[in-house]
Design a protein around this ligand. Structure first.
Ligand code: ZN
Length: 318
């Protein structure tokens, strides 16, 4: 049973917004583009695993959590967690192009591209060992004695894998169902009720990974980010405020809430706080009063004394 479903990662929207607001010749565009491409490839691979696991129907009780993250002190992100009465299984999807070679001492993953170029990645085995260790700490804190097994899932059959260490579980997407279904669950450690309650404990401990704001992460000066309200239809057109709504200068689309999206992008790109003056400048509102009204109406709350007042987004209640 799936108890948490995957959603499109918010960082994809963030990278897209950042590219839209960076000048065409900005030095950091290539780095942002790379991050966007790898986030899209990662999500594509995870969706392939989800589609394959739609047919997962093993002869034992289980709970599936897609996209699981724990905040500090554990700080882990797992693509898919499978909880059973006898063990916890962590699945990490790798969607890397080229021929994959697992190198030892030190552990790295090489991908050899068709033109012979080699790209080096942090070893997914080292990464999963670390994640398993931290998850064991979390289970210990819950008083749960289940063992943890991690698996690396290669998302495309065309990916050739070489020299995977015999001790590591490296599977293709198509093998996951069979592999998990065939496992013997002879000695259940938990009752079905305990398994259900463990699933609920995982869900309440889960916290979405927060990647924002992005500009400081790429060391992009905030003054390089183009302010304004962009058109949701033609994407690159700027909108100007009319008496009641916003109108695109390029395609003439009229929108009543395009400026709300610009506020979302402020928090994705710039800072976790916004002042009324910053709001006027970024969104193009005419007065501090209009900015205050707009922020309060769109999920922000004031913090700090009157003179240094800033607004933050209210945390989303799970
Ligand atoms: Zn437009």
């Amino acid at each position: 049973m799936i108890i948490k479903y995957r959603k499109e990662p918010v960082k994809i929207l963030g990278y897209e917004a950042l590219l839209k607001r960076l000048p065409p010749n900005h030095l950091k565009r290539a780095a942002v583009k790379n991050s966007l491409n790898s986030a899209r490839a990662g999500y594509g691979g995870e969706e392939r695993l989800d589609r394959a696991m739609e047919y997962f129907d093993p002869p034992y009780s289980h709970q599936i959590i897609q996209d699981f993250s724990l905040p500090a002190p554990y700080k882990i992100q797992v693509d898919t967690v499978v909880l059973t009465q006898s063990g916890v299984f962590l699945l990490e999807v790798k969607n890397i192009t080229g021929k994959l070679q697992f190198k030892q001492n030190p552990s790295v993953l090489h991908s050899i591209l068709s033109d012979g170029k080699i790209k080096s990645y942090k070893s997914p085995i080292t990464q999963m060992n670390e994640t398993s260790m931290r998850l064991r700490m979390f289970l210990k804190q819950l008083g749960c004695p289940l063992p943890v097994t991690s698996m690396i899932v290669i998302s495309y059959p065309s990916q050739i894998v070489e020299d995977a260490p015999a001790t590591a579980h490296v599977l293709s997407v198509g093998e996951v169902n069979y592999y998990l279904s065939e496992m013997t669950q002879a000695n259940p450690v938990l009752s079905i009720e305990e398994l259900d309650s463990l699933g609920q404990q995982f869900l309440s401990a889960h916290q979405d990974y927060e990647p924002f704001p992005l500009a400081p992460k790429f060391q992009i000066d905030l003054s390089d980010i183009e302010p304004g309200v962009f058109c949701p239809r033609c994407l690159l057109g700027k909108m100007t405020k009319t008496t009641l709504a916003w109108e695109c200068e390029t395609c003439r689309l009229i929108s009543r809430n395009a400026h709300v999206h610009a506020l979302d992008e402020w928090f994705m790109l710039m800072k976790p706080t916004i002042s009324t003056a910053e709001c006027c400048e970024f969104i193009g509102l005419k007065s501090l009063d209009a900015a205050k009204h707009f922020l309060l109406k769109n999920g922000c709350q004031p913090i700090g004394s009157r003179r240094y007042r800033q607004y933050v987004r209210k945390p989303v209640i799970k």
